[in-house]
Design a protein around this ligand. Structure first.
Ligand SMILES: [Zn+2]
Length: 255
């Protein structure tokens, strides 16, 4: 057996945790090293471009920080995710706008797929963990801040996570669960559609707070939840920063 065979074997046995576990034999170099399923070059390039662009944005916002996260664009991933134990971002390699559960209601005529926007949210989890050096220990706030990260970037691109009808008027969908306590207790077990509804509420809050705080809210969270932060419970923190918006948002959650 020659040397090349062993190199190939090593590549073939790359062992990814969770559902990204897949043979990936091709890769793209660049700021965000990208591995992809054979034959998915175009999809890998497009996803890498989006993620690299978002990374460049965050690096400019938080100078002096060093960011490094590999990207896996693989066939069997249904919904993008960030694995914090192995540090990688995984995205499906087939456009799944129709097939994927609706996590966030992306504007349908945006040039980017819903799933890709979820990938930017997942990148938010990566940045959060990297900047704070620990996850925010409250599930709903963890999700909210990941989306807030995504909003900061997407606003500069004029892409919205929410279609205008969702951002404005009440919805016809009646969720089974609607309290933050239920989300904390059940998390994704609230069920796919209900989980998407929660994510929409977090995005709605993000859009309420963004005009006033911009990326300053991210810096506040870094200071608060980093190693030397006071770790004020996120609800108290947000209510102190934006009492009126939080009151409105919490009322809307229940109605
Ligand atoms: Zn998330």
């Amino acid at each position: 057996m020659n040397k090349l065979f062993f190199v190939l074997l090593a590549l073939l046995t790359i062992n990814l945790a969770g559902s990204a576990q897949k043979l990936v034999v091709d890769s793209l170099s660049g700021k965000v090293k990208t591995y992809y399923s054979p034959g998915r070059l175009n999809r890998a390039k497009a996803t890498q471009q989006l993620i690299q662009d978002a990374v460049a944005f965050y690096e400019a916002q938080f100078p002096g920080k060093s960011f490094s996260v590999p990207l896996y664009v693989v066939d069997k991933v249904q919904v993008p995710f960030y694995d914090d134990s192995a540090n990688y971002l995984a995205v499906g390699s087939i456009s799944q706008r129709m097939a994927a559960p609706r996590l966030l209601a992306a504007t349908l005529n945006s040039p980017t797929d819903t799933v890709d926007l979820v990938a930017v949210h997942e990148l938010g989890h990566y940045f959060q963990i990297t900047l704070h050096q620990a996850p925010i220990p409250v599930q709903w706030a963890n999700e909210f801040f990941a989306t807030y990260f995504a909003i900061c970037y997407l606003q500069t691109k004029n892409i919205s996570l929410m279609s205008s009808d969702l951002a404005g008027s009440p919805r016809t969908y009646r969720p089974t669960y609607r309290s933050l306590n239920d989300f904390e207790r059940l998390y994704y077990k609230v069920g796919g559609v209900n989980y998407g509804w929660y994510q929409e509420q977090f995005a709605r809050l993000g859009y309420m707070l963004y005009p006033r705080f911009k990326t300053r809210l991210v810096q506040i969270a870094i200071d608060e939840y980093g190693p030397t932060g006071k770790k004020t419970p996120p609800m108290n923190l947000l209510q102190r920063l934006a009492p009126q918006e939080m009151k409105t948002w919490l009322q809307d959650l229940q109605n």
